[in-house]
Design a protein around this ligand. Structure first.
Ligand SMILES: Nc1ncnc2c1ncn2[C@@H]1O[C@H](COP(=O)(O)OP(=O)(O)O)[C@@H](O)[C@H]1O
Ligand SMILES: CC(=O)N[C@@H](CCC(=O)OP(=O)(O)O)C(=O)O
Length: 262
């Protein structure tokens, strides 16, 4: 049985069709693939913060997270968004379990170091492999919200792309980023393939910006640690997800070095 990590971005969660949940919910039966789902919810957090009159800003695609912001992040991600995905998947599979990275010691984190004064933003240092594989080998589909535990019961807000990459690394599983765009674009053209060097120049040039920065950086980090395959696709392209499972070219495929795109 193969495991694949699917990261569902907050940008697309609400627009995902029923057929998407059916495909993921029946993946074990149809393809002998165990899905592990990691989700975001950035737009939903921003909208709840706005409603509560709490200001929040981003640095390089990461949300500056005060304790007040953290309360909202946890409420929205581990509450509303997580349970929405669990409910929609449960129509097609009884064994869907929604957890946050805080549960079962799933994700351990330390404060991020590459950005100053960003507050309670964590980077994952440890993933509980036993816990995850106990779930997947018993047929459960984990749906994971990206909060993590530090020392002294401190919670951290982890960018969902970074959490998904750490989980894919722990499971040595292919990683598919499901977003609201069909791939990384340059001048409105989708780039079918991106190497580390190309990514660095596109960030430098401002062509890759905002939430796409942690996505491509997490992809590179995952590949560097041995994750076999990483791609970015739109959640509205059902065929793309089937093609990824079949090992075919989809969306934007990311690799460390320049290789001929097959
Ligand atoms: N070069 C690029 N190509 C495509 N999208 C880009 C690019 N640079 C930045 N983006 C932005 O990244 C967004 C996807 O990242 P994000 O909003 O964080 O999505 P998700 O919720 O799926 O993690 C796109 O909707 C787009 O606004
Ligand atoms: C540190 C940080 O930025 N955390 C993210 C977590 C949610 C997320 O990553 O959601 P998307 O996948 O929809 O972007 C945030 O607070 O928005």
């Amino acid at each position: 049985m193969q495991t694949i990590v699917f990261k569902c971005g907050g940008s697309i969660v609400d627009a995902l069709p029923e057929s998407f949940f059916e495909m993921l919910g029946t993946l074990k039966a149809t393809h002998d693939v165990a899905p592990v789902i990691v989700h975001g919810g950035g737009p939903m957090i921003s909208s709840k913060l706005k409603q509560l009159n709490v200001t929040s800003t981003f640095v390089d695609g990461l949300r500056v997270t005060t304790n007040e912001v953290l309360d909202v992040v946890e409420m929205v991600l581990s509450g509303a968004v997580n349970k929405q995905i669990v409910r929609k998947l449960s129509v097609f599979n009884d064994k869907v379990v929604g957890i946050s990275g805080v549960d079962g010691g799933l994700l351990k984190a330390v404060p991020v170091t590459k950005v100053d004064q960003i507050g309670y933003v964590g980077e994952v240092t440890d993933v509980n492999h036993d816990f995850l594989t106990t779930l997947t080998t018993n047929g459960y589909i984990p749906v994971i919200s990206p909060l993590a535990l530090g020392t002294d019961a401190q919670r951290y807000n982890v960018n969902a792309d970074m959490a998904a990459a750490a989980i894919a690394d722990c499971l040595s599983a292919p990683l598919l980023f499901i977003s609201d765009i069909p791939g990384v674009k340059q001048d409105e053209r989708i780039l079918n393939h991106l190497s580390q060097q190309e990514i660095e120049s596109l960030i430098e040039a401002g062509t890759i910006y905002g939430g796409m920065i942690p996505k491509v950086q997490s992809a590179l980090e995952a590949l560097d640690k041995g994750v076999p395959e990483v791609a970015i696709v739109s959640g509205l392209e059902e065929r793309a997800i089937h093609q990824f499972i079949a090992g075919e070219a989809v969306g934007t495929r990311i690799t460390l070095s320049e290789v001929a795109y097959v």
